[in-house]
Write a protein that binds this ligand. Sequence first.
Ligand SMILES: Cc1cc2nc3c(=O)[nH]c(=O)nc-3n(C[C@H](O)[C@H](O)[C@H](O)COP(=O)(O)OP(=O)(O)OC[C@H]3O[C@@H](n4cnc5c(N)ncnc54)[C@H](O)[C@@H]3O)c2cc1C
Ligand code: FES
Length: 279
Amino acid sequence: MYKIVAKRELNPTVTMMDIYAPLVAAKAEAGQFIILRVDSDGERIPLTVAGYDRERGTVRIIFQIVGGTTMRLNAKNTGEYLSDFVGPLGCATRTENIKKVCIVGGGVGCAIALPVAQKFKRIGCEVHSIIGFRNKDLLILEDEFKECSDKLTVMTDDGSYGRRGVVTEPLKEAIERGENYDEVIAIGPLIMMKFVVATTKPYNVPTTVSMNPIMIDGTGMCGGCRLTVGGKTKFACVDGPDFNGFEVDFDEAMARSDAYAEFEKGEREKCCNLFRGIK
Ligand SMILES: Cc1cc2nc3c(=O)[nH]c(=O)nc-3n(C[C@H](O)[C@H](O)[C@H](O)COP(=O)(O)OP(=O)(O)OC[C@H]3O[C@@H](n4cnc5c(N)ncnc54)[C@H](O)[C@@H]3O)c2cc1C
Ligand code: FES
């Protein structure tokens, strides 16, 4: 059992938790993920390692409440326990030969992008961050990004905070200004990452994307997380989650990500009814 040692609401749909899991904390690196089960009969869901404290033995997760399992997770409080917490899984984000990086985060993807930005800062890189949200109410982690970024641009779709527009606009401007990034790293909704790649590719700026397909075992055995990258089949859980954005077949990934939409809707409704019943 894994104890929840801290819990904080970042916005009405995004929650941060620190979990006591010393063996995971000892090895976790930015870019990796864990798989948890809230209860012993619950479904397994992957969440990115959003931070870790090796001394305290804790691992931070930041999750958006989107369906049944994340609702059940959010219903847990500090001092309560999770049934399983397995990791770290996947490959850490590659940092070799990168001196200047632009991190582009969208929505809850910023939770995944933050430890990556922090790691690049820690190893002495120049870090520019562009983070985007639908509106001001959904903004998360601005102070944390400020701390680890040499330049930070905050975008909102409706202009309610920061600059109005989408993340690809300041990215294109920066590239055209001659920022000469060694790497752009995009983490967010599939459609955002697809457009980041469409922005960087004409300028040939190497671009990494973090892919979050449906995962089941997380160890390369079930094939659930397969993607086509450079014309070859790859498993996001063991070959990724980071991939060369120029090679990812985004259209196929988007079609596969909708495969369980009807089933998930049912689970969400079941869970909402459950919580209504409790109240
Ligand atoms: C490597 C990886 C890292 C992730 N990191 C984060 C993170 O740090 N924060 C965060 O909020 N979310 C993250 N996700 C997505 C998260 O796993 C899903 O939001 C979660 O599984 C939703 O479960 P649910 O039952 O609450 O919602 P559901 O209603 O079951 O699903 C809602 C949506 O979540 C996605 N999803 C559902 N089940 C899975 C699954 N087993 N594997 C992958 N995606 C699924 C689908 O896109 C689905 O449409 C990550 C996914 C992957 C693959
Ligand atoms: S989750 Fe099963 S192969 Fe990746």
